[in-house]
Design a protein around this ligand. Structure first.
Ligand code: HEM
Length: 404
């Protein structure tokens, strides 16, 4: 079956999710699939979709059966997240390469190391919020949710300050994905993204060379000075951090505001009546920014009563797993302080999100600052459009007012 997915873009949605409405709310379809076809093969897309918590958890935990290096099989995806043809980054690598590509940086993302940056992240949030006038109608993604994590990643990588605007423009272009519409538009989008990737590669390549003998404390220097990585692997590492640490957190922040509006929670979170830490976990479960992870089977396997051959592409739907009634009480309810909350929004196993603690801290500061600064946060949910890259919306119009 593997050959039938040749030429199908990774993010091509199944027919059931073709409409914008269904992409904003895939949860009814997930519920139906969990009941009717929890492990199903999609002939049109030539891949498997997996919906139940236990099965998805099994996939992300068992890297020997479910590999991440898609390039090692005969599957050729026309749309990759970014150009990793030259060297995979950790997210698309299997052991033993995975350990080499991840371990050198692991300690920088542990809770203790991340917490040291709190004051700097608060400053970044404050600076962005200073640029928003009270009474303004703004797209909160454009003004805050997007520039905030991108500036943080730029800071951690150690980019020169003068390059931040360029970095922001690249990050936007790299994740603006067109999968539908006329072929011309799709083609020109692909060309634009390829150009941006080339420019970013060249940019990082130069910085890495410059810092190979450096003494800085930034992540580019850390990668540049590592003898176990090739030059191309160092570039892929930088690109991965930019992409993986970007839209995901943008969507966590915006999806939180979306959930707060739907559940009338702004005051409760602002006053601390609802714990910010817990409500962020519930947003991660309820509107998971990454709804799927992909794997390739390395051998034939039985899952949910179905036999999957070796070399098949499998999409583990973590957004569905996080709403599985077999694991969560009343999963379709947003319970701000849900406990326990064993969601798998950050994946699991050896590929468990490197940036999970960073994302949590970023979201905590972002929401604290935003809610403190603006007494009125009035989103307009009437005309939301879905993103194609991850689960979230393209823009999030809001009226913001300070108390004075
Ligand atoms: C709400 C925010 C985020 C979500 C929901 C999220 C989600 C995920 C998920 C589901 C995976 C597993 C992918 C797989 O198994 O194939 C992952 C891996 C990863 N994430 Fe995140 N992520 C977030 C934020 C971040 C941030 C801020 C960074 C920045 C450092 C980051 C860097 C990574 C990296 C490098 C990996 C690959 C880890 C590996 O393969 O060993 N993520 N993330």
């Amino acid at each position: 079956m593997a050959s039938s997915n040749q030429g199908v873009a990774f993010r091509t949605p199944p027919e059931a999710l073709a409409s914008e409405q269904a992409q904003l709310n895939p949860f009814d379809w997930y519920a139906e699939m969990r009941r009717e076809h929890p492990v199903r093969y999609d002939d049109q897309r030539g891949r498997w979709d997996v919906f139940k918590y236990e099965d998805v958890k099994q996939i992300v935990s068992d890297h020997e059966t479910y590999a991440s290096d898609v390039a090692s099989t005969d599957i050729r995806l026309v749309d990759r997240d970014f150009d990793t043809d030259r060297a995979p980054s950790m997210i698309r690598a299997d052991p033993p390469a995975h350990g080499r590509l991840r371990n050198f940086v692991n300690s920088r993302f542990q809770p203790g190391s991340i917490a040291e940056h709190r004051a700097r992240f608060e400053q970044i949030a404050d600076d962005l919020l200073d640029d928003i006038d009270s009474g303004a109608n703004v797209d909160i993604i454009d003004k805050f949710s997007h520039p905030y994590p991108v500036t943080i990643i730029a800071d951690l990588l150690g980019l020169p300050r003068d390059d931040y605007d360029q970095f922001l423009t690249w990050s936007k272009a790299a994740t603006e994905l067109s999968l539908t519409g006329d072929e011309k538009a799709i083609e020109s989008n692909k060309r634009r993204r390829a150009r941006v990737q080339r420019e970013m590669r060249e940019y990082f390549s130069n910085l890495i060379s410059e810092r190979a003998t450096g003494s800085g404390d930034d992540l580019i220097t850390l990668a540049a000075m590592n003898d176990e990585l090739t030059h191309e692997e160092k570039i892929s590492f930088c690109l991965t951090l930019l992409i993986a640490g970007n839209v995901t957190t943008v969507n966590l922040i915006t999806n939180a505001l979306w959930c707060f509006e739907e559940n009338d929670l702004f005051d409760a979170v602002r006053t601390g009546a609802v714990s910010r830490t817990k409500v962020i976990e519930e947003v991660l479960r309820y509107r998971s920014p990454a709804q799927t992870v992909r794997r390739v089977t390395t051998k034939p396997v039985e899952l949910g009563g179905r036999r999957i051959d070796a070399g098949e592409l499998v999409l583990a739907r973590i957004g569905s797993a996080n709403r599985d009634p077999a694991r969560f009480d009343s999963p379709e309810e947003f319970r701000p302080e849900r406990s326990p909350n064993p969601h798998i929004a950050f994946g699991g196993g050896i590929h468990f999100c490197l940036g999970a603690q960073l994302a949590r801290l970023e979201a905590d500061i972002a929401l604290e600052k935003l809610l403190d600064r603006f007494e009125v946060i009035n989103p307009d949910l009437s005309d939301l459009s879905p993103q194609t890259f991850l689960y979230g919306v393209k823009s999030f119009p809001c009226r913001l007012e300070t108390g004075n």
